[in-house]
Design a protein around this ligand. Sequence first.
Ligand SMILES: Nc1ncnc2c1ncn2[C@@H]1O[C@H](COP(=O)(O)OP(=O)(O)OP(=O)(O)O)[C@@H](O)[C@H]1O
Length: 347
Amino acid sequence: MSLLEVEDLVVQFYTEDGVVRAVDELSYEIERGEKYGIVGESGAGKSVTSLSLMQLIESPGEIVSGEIRFKGQNLLELSESELRDIRGNDIAMVFQDAETALNPVYSVGEQIAEAIRTHKDVTDEEAKEETIELLERVGIPDASARYSDYPHEFSGGMQQRAVIAMALSCDPDLLICDEPTTALDVTIEAQILELLDELASDFDTAIQLITHDLGVVAELCDRVMVLYAGQAVERAPVEELYYEPKHPYTVGLMASIPRIGDEREELTTIPGAMPDLIDVPTGCRFHPRCPYAEDVCMKREPPLMDTDEEVVADDAENTDHVASCHEYTGELATGLDYDIDVRGESQ
Ligand SMILES: Nc1ncnc2c1ncn2[C@@H]1O[C@H](COP(=O)(O)OP(=O)(O)OP(=O)(O)O)[C@@H](O)[C@H]1O
């Protein structure tokens, strides 16, 4: 049994313009201690997926169907108080904006100590000691002196470290990080990713990392799922996705990763925009933007296929690398034809 099993998750928002199907029959699994990336452009459904795990979808949104099993238990069947227990103790979240995650009127240390006291039966002194240890562990220098500092006295990177310390204070099995480094500059980003990597192995915590940046996924994750218009278009071990992307959308995302020595003034982006989720394109949702689209792509929706065996993912024994493209259903006449340039080497 995997730590987290999401099966056929459907989430909708009921708006004045119509029903937005933000997540559409999404399935994936995360193992214990695994670092799992979810990547896609703005509006792909990454945040809605994460909020669904914590059941924080608010009106006009609703989880319509599917299962979210955490350690075998379907979270969608739990009571509000059982859920609160899971949220604090088993699953924690780190968001992009560390400043708003911290309360400006309490010192950073007090806030973390308070989180510890809520979850554990400890004295004030013990909570303080534990907080200082955690602050040291996430790389805050002179942690005992910084305990009484207020959030505005911390830099952006230090604030995010403090938020990570708070998330870890209950020793969660799963840490959901939603664009944790987007607000930070690249040097600090690299440090935070390294920290998350160390913490995942030291605390044996699984990480679900949400990002629009495949470069960030490549730094941290073991496996990755690419989302497009509420659906998975590709899932693979990260190295394989990076060196052998199978879906044209993933190939487009790869082309948008800046590389050292890249002299392009503007990054290449995939032409066009994510479709309107009230009225998605027929057939393959990516076909209006796909340079390889043929007639069949407008007519039939490709299922997720095992890209080696070319069988539907559900029927394949080894479903390590799957993609939903008619190239793998055998229905593309011309086929895909692209080169991947990774670190200056053509694949
Ligand atoms: N409160 C809401 N009301 C209506 N539609 C919503 C609401 N929240 C999300 N959606 C819809 O769900 C889709 C997925 O949104 P989501 O925030 O998960 O995207 P994302 O991939 O996380 O993008 P971003 O990187 O911009 O956060 C959006 O395109 C939007 O149409």
